[in-house]
Design a protein around this ligand. Sequence first.
Ligand code: F3S
Length: 659
Amino acid sequence: MPYEIARYAGFCAGVRRAIEMARKAALEAKREKKPCVMLGELIHNDSALEEFRALGVRVVQQVSDAPEGAVIILRSHGERPETYEQCKKRGLQVVDTTCRFVSQLHEIVQEHTKKGLPVLLLGDPNHPETIGTAGFGGELVHVLSCREDIGRLPPLKEPLLVAQTTYPPDLWAETQPTLSTLYPDLKVRPTICTATQLRQQSAMELAARSDAVVVVGGKHSANTKKLYESCLRLCPRTCLVERAEEIDPCFANIHIENIGIAAGASTPDWSFKEVVTHMSEIEQNASMTMEDIEKTLVRIHNGQTVTGTVVQITEDEVCVNVGYKADGIIKKEDLQDKDVEIGQEIEVEVVKVNDGEGNVLLSQRNIINRKVWEELMAAFENKEYVDAVGKEAVKGGLLADVKGVRAFVPASQLAQRYVDKINQFVGQEMKLKIIDVDAQKKRIVASRKAVIAEEAAAKKEAAWSKLEEGAVVKGIVRRFADFGAFVDLGGVDGLIHITDIAWSRINHPSQVLKIGDEIDVKILSLDPEKERIQLGYKQLQPKPWDNIEEKYPVGVIIERPVVRLCAFGAFVALEPGVDGLVHISQCAATRVNKVEDVLAPGQVVRVKVLGVDPAARRISLSIREALADEALSEDFVADEIPGEEYAEEAPAEETPVEE
Ligand code: F3S
């Protein structure tokens, strides 16, 4: 008879943990000869309780019933705060198996009511979990079990809506809008655990496609009863059993194409397996060992990568069903994707098949880390760069984060030059090249210097390939030397010699250029071997002697400064690169013995252009004539015009010109 097991069946994470903790406590108490009790039945399953009875564990209904010095096991439903107080007062050793989802609910209620604000708790008022939860908020907690309860609610300020962890999701979805309308400032925290719901849902799906269904579970368990009723509605041939021998014998005598097996969250594995074995025996008419059955169930091992479905999310962990008999837990620190949602499929690594509490310990981060490590190794082999962020300055270098993996960058590998303050790299994004790897210790040594050097070399090569003698290119003035200016051409520097900066004589490049200026330069010569680029700036500027006759026609009077004196006259700067000479005989209206008697460098004078010789690059000027012309124009006639004899005494000097 072919059988199919429901996708979600058997112990939930909370019950499994409670059973494991209780078993451990009972064994220890027995060894130490201490009395051990459980406050209420740990699980609504007689056959599971038999194991604890055999270990000497007694069920008590009140704390006061526990013997002096006993170990007291508190069940996964959780208890009221007063219960813990009583245990403390009586000196009992508490083993608290409260499910972590229930604990979270307690914390939420406590936090909200501490502010003096009310809590609306959807749930069964007689259920131990609801009673325990309400205890964490006192009178501020209003338990709502039906519509009538809502009608009786008083006006409330900022109420918080929560639910018993096993509250039916459809009822929650129905009630929430009503309460939101009633209290516009209602806050909502979903606290329903999906474990029961998933078991219910997968059992119903199974029942819908099966000829018969066996629901395995305790007859006193409300959840198992509900599971049975739901399956029965969909498949009339459904039976509820706690032990294999209770299976309807008629199942063996009639022809059934397929049979489904489902179990609630409080059904122990062994009880479930016993039923599966029995069904197999019916099918094969042969005995099948427990090991054979184990083989039919999903097996996992440490380090294995599996795909699972998120079934529950709390503040601290995510519960994942990986198809194994126990649910898996991912602690917050092992969760990479912080936005996972219930029902989402994720890839996880099995860290421990049993974390000591019966849960499978999983990690999503390990998977990501492994993938990241593989990526980093590929980058190392292919000599590719990786993106990093400086994290911490340590002795001898910097620790950087590369996709969550720590990389060490030695101080000598941080930059081209010596780095004094490693701290400056903390928080800085950078590209690194992996230069060494210790695969076993998962350690990486990386270099920023190598990246900078390689990028600069590539840039240089690209820049050189674009350069051509005679071409005019753009560059940025980077620094000055006495002999010229260095210009960045986008990866390579060229030099403008000081004589190629201006047509006139200059003492320093800063007289014409400014650091940071973007300028056009002409490539005068290239020497790739010596990596020398000679640039010209003045070559792109107009030559001052071009059109000089038009600029300074004979007879015109202009005002300019004296730049230097000599024995036979004074030089006057007309414009950069063009000086004119005022002969000593032309320096004043009257005869002078020494030029310095009437003129001084820097003095601004009015001069008349007497003659221009572009070929010889000479311009003759006269202060005397300028004065005379101006006097005439004012109807003033000079008594005496100095004689021409001086002109012969001191011929006009050639104006020195810089090419
Ligand atoms: Fe806990 Fe949910 Fe089970 S609340 S006890 S995991 S049904």
